[in-house]
Ligand binder design. Structure first.
Ligand code: G3P
Ligand code: CA
Length: 268
C-alpha cells in the first residue's frame, strides 16, 4: 500500500507474539520472547519506553510499578537503576499456576539487548509508546535499527515493522526512512467505522492498521482490505475469536498465545 513498496509479506498471515509469549511468561522478558518465537510467532512484539539517560527499553507501561518491583516513571530512572529491578516476580505472584522459579529476578531488556539476543534474522514489530513524552525516541530507534542493518529495503523479507497509536511518531519515522513498513494503531472508543478518505490517508504512510478485535466486524475488515492495507487486530486470546477474525479476512493478529493461533491456522 505504501507508495513504492513491494508487497510486505508474500501474503503470509502474521502471528504476532504480543509482548512475547506473554500468556506464559512475564511480558517483555527474554523467556517471554523466546517462548513467543518457539510457539510459532512470526514477529516478536515489543513496546518501547525511554530511560532518563535516553536508552530504549522493552516495557509496556510508562511506569515501573506493574511489571517490576520499582515504582514511578521510567523516564525518571537511568538504565543502570532500572537494571537493578526484578521484572519477573510479579508474574509468579499474579499467575501462580504458570509461575516458574527462573522468572524471579529477570531483568528489563534494552531494545539492543533483544536484537543482540535473538539476532537479525528474527522479525520485530516495535511500538513507539508515549512518543510525546520521549523526544528523540524515533531517531534513537532508527539509529539502532541501522546499526544492526535492519532497515534495508523491506518488502517480503522485512525484518521490522514499526507501529504506534501516534500518527506524528509514524510520520516522523516515515520522514527519516520511508522504507520501513509502518502500522497505524487506532484506539476506537466504540464500534469501529472507517471512511475511504481515512483509508486513503493511512495508505500514504502506512502498510497496515491495528485495532482492538472487539471493535470491528466483517464489513470493517473488508473495507480495510479493499484498500490493500494489512489489518492486525489486538489482542486476541481465545481460539474462537482467532478463527472468526481469520474468516473475516484479517492478515494477522497480536496474541499472548501464539501457540493457540498456530493450532487454529492448522485446523482451518
Ligand atoms: O501494539 C498492539 C497492541 O499491543 C496495542 O496495545 O496496549 O498492548 O500496546 P498495547
Ligand atoms: Ca503494543
Amino acid at each position: 500500500a505504501q507508495s513504492g513498496h513491494p508487497p510486505m509479506n508474500d501474503n503470509k498471515f502474521m502471528n504476532i507474539a504480543h509482548r512475547g509469549g506473554s500468556g506464559y511468561a512475564p511480558e517483555h522478558t527474554l523467556p517471554s520472547y523466546q517462548l513467543g518465537d518457539e510457539m510459532g510467532g512470526d514477529y516478536i512484539e515489543l513496546d518501547l519506553q525511554m530511560t532518563k539517560d535516553g536508552r530504549l527499553i522493552a516495557m509496556h507501561d510508562e511506569t515501573l510499578d506493574r511489571t517490576t518491583n520499582g515504582t514511578g516513571l521510567v523516564k525518571d530512572y537511568t538504565l543502570d537503576q532500572i537494571k537493578e529491578l526484578d521484572a519477573g516476580s510479579w508474574f509468579n505472584r499474579m499467575y501462580p499456576d504458570r509461575a516458574k522459579s527462573e522468572y524471579n529476578g529477570l531483568k528489563v531488556q534494552t531494545l539492543e539487548e533483544v536484537i543482540q539476543h535473538f539476532g537479525k534474522d528474527k522479525h520485530y514489530y516495535i511500538e513507539t509508546k508515549s512518543p510525546e513524552v520521549y523526544p528523540g525516541m524515533e531517531e534513537k530507534l532508527l539509529k539502532i535499527l541501522e546499526d544492526y542493518n535492519l532497515t534495508r529495503q523491506n518488502g517480503p523479507s522485512s525484518r521490522v515493522i514499526i507501529q504506534s497509536f501516534s500518527e506524528a511518531s509514524l510520520q516522523k519515522v516515515h520522514d527519516l526512512n520511508a522504507n520501513i513498513p509502518l502500522v497505524q494503531l487506532i484506539d476506537y472508543k466504540k464500534d469501529a467505522t472507517i471512511t475511504d478518505e481515512e483509508l486513503d490517508h493511512y495508505e500514504e504512510y502506512a502498510v497496515g492498521l491495528g485495532m482492538s478485535y472487539k471493535k470491528i466486524d466483517e464489513a470493517y475488515v473488508e473495507k480495510v482490505r479493499e484498500h490493500d492495507l494489512l489489518i492486525h487486530p489486538y489482542t486476541v486470546l481465545e481460539k474462537e475469536d482467532m478463527k472468526r477474525l481469520i474468516e473475516w479476512g484479517v492478515t494477522g493478529m497480536f496474541t499472548n498465545y501464539p501457540d493457540r493461533l498456530e493450532e487454529v491456522l492448522k485446523e482451518m
